[in-house]
Design a protein around this ligand. Structure first.
Ligand code: CP
Ligand code: NVA
Length: 304
């Protein structure tokens, strides 16, 4: 139960209850969303590059009547020129919401702790909740529902995996994971997903995770900020490329998901990502719709 006037934040998907998550998805498909940002600003901080998230967030804010201001991390020097707490307190003077893509998830927690303004994670080293929301929206549109389906994650147990596993578990999707040793999702996340009612299974081989799955998802092997470890990572992920043979092990009509940007020939073959099972462009488009739904929830019924 959220007290009246309490500021809500979305640092990961499990900051919402399963019913709130479903509500945000419904709001993402509302044809005439309320102008919850009319006459208000949205600060969007980016400490790392972005194509989809920045554009989707800016356009979602505009669709809700607001004015987005995108800010490069070095402009404000989060934690360098000014503490994250002070940045949040100041931005709260001008903006109804602060979204931030940060190197270190703790920066989001510090901004959120001020309770000055709702804080929305636009990707951190730990989580990527707005991506997971778009992925659920995409699967819901494709399948017509979510509960009872299964999803295989093949690859790095990273920020995108974490949020997707939690979101899928909240929506009743069974999750199977295949990651090389040393690159698996933190067992704490698996426990959290199970505590949310999820069925989460770790497989020793990608083929075992994918067998009979209704969706197969992956992400880059080298995330932003991990470039110094690229060659060790690429070696470690040999055998984890999603190719047509791997997809043939999934269920009939299985779909392929990737948050993008993608590296054809590394984590996925062109034949898969550019083939008929791929939903990656729907995912990219849904980033904007999901963000719009989430903002309506956060600044409307969820934020009060
Ligand atoms: N999927 C995603 O977050 O893309 P960007 O890094 O381009 O925002
Ligand atoms: N795991 C990737 C996702 C990019 C959208 C990264 O953090 O760079």
């Amino acid at each position: 139960m959220v007290a009246a006037g309490q500021v809500r934040h979305v640092l990961d998907v499990d900051d919402l209850s399963p019913s709130e998550l479903a509500r945000a998805l419904d709001l993402a498909e509302t044809p005439d969303p309320p102008a919850v940002l009319a006459g208000r600003g949205a600060a969007l901080i980016f400490e790392k590059p972005s194509n989809r998230t920045r554009n989707a967030a800016e356009m979602a804010v505009v669709a809700l009547g607001g004015h987005p201001i995108s800010i490069r991390g070095e402009e404000i020097g989060l934690g360098v020129r000014e503490s994250p707490q002070d940045v949040a307190r100041v931005l709260a003077c001008y903006h109804a919401v602060v979204g931030a893509r940060v190197d270190d998830h703790r920066v989001l927690e510090e901004m959120a702790a001020t309770r000055a303004v709702p804080v929305l994670n636009l990707l951190s080293d730990r989580a990527h909740p707005t991506q997971a929301l778009a992925d659920l929206l995409t699967l819901r549109q494709h399948w017509g529902g979510l509960a009872g389906h299964s999803l295989a994650w093949v690859g790095d147990g990273n920020n995108v995996a974490r949020s997707l596993v939690l979101a899928a578990s909240m929506a009743g999707i069974e999750v199977r994971l295949a990651s090389p040793p040393g690159y698996r999702l933190d067992p704490v996340v698996l426990d959290a997903a199970r505590a949310l009612g999820g069925t989460v299974v770790e497989a020793d081989r990608p083929a075992d995770a994918v067998a009979g799955a209704d969706a197969v998802a992956t992400d880059v092997w080298v995330s932003m900020g991990q470039e110094d470890h690229a060659s060790a990572r690429i070696d470690a992920f040999a055998g984890y490329r999603v190719d047509a043979a791997m997809m043939r092990g999934a269920s009939e009509g299985a779909v392929f998901l990737h948050c993008l940007p993608a590296h054809r020939g590394l984590e996925v073959d062109a034949e898969v990502i550019d083939g008929p099972s791929s939903l990656v462009w729907e995912q990219a488009a849904n980033r904007m719709h999901a963000l719009r739904g989430l903002l309506v929830w956060l600044l409307g019924d969820g934020g009060r």
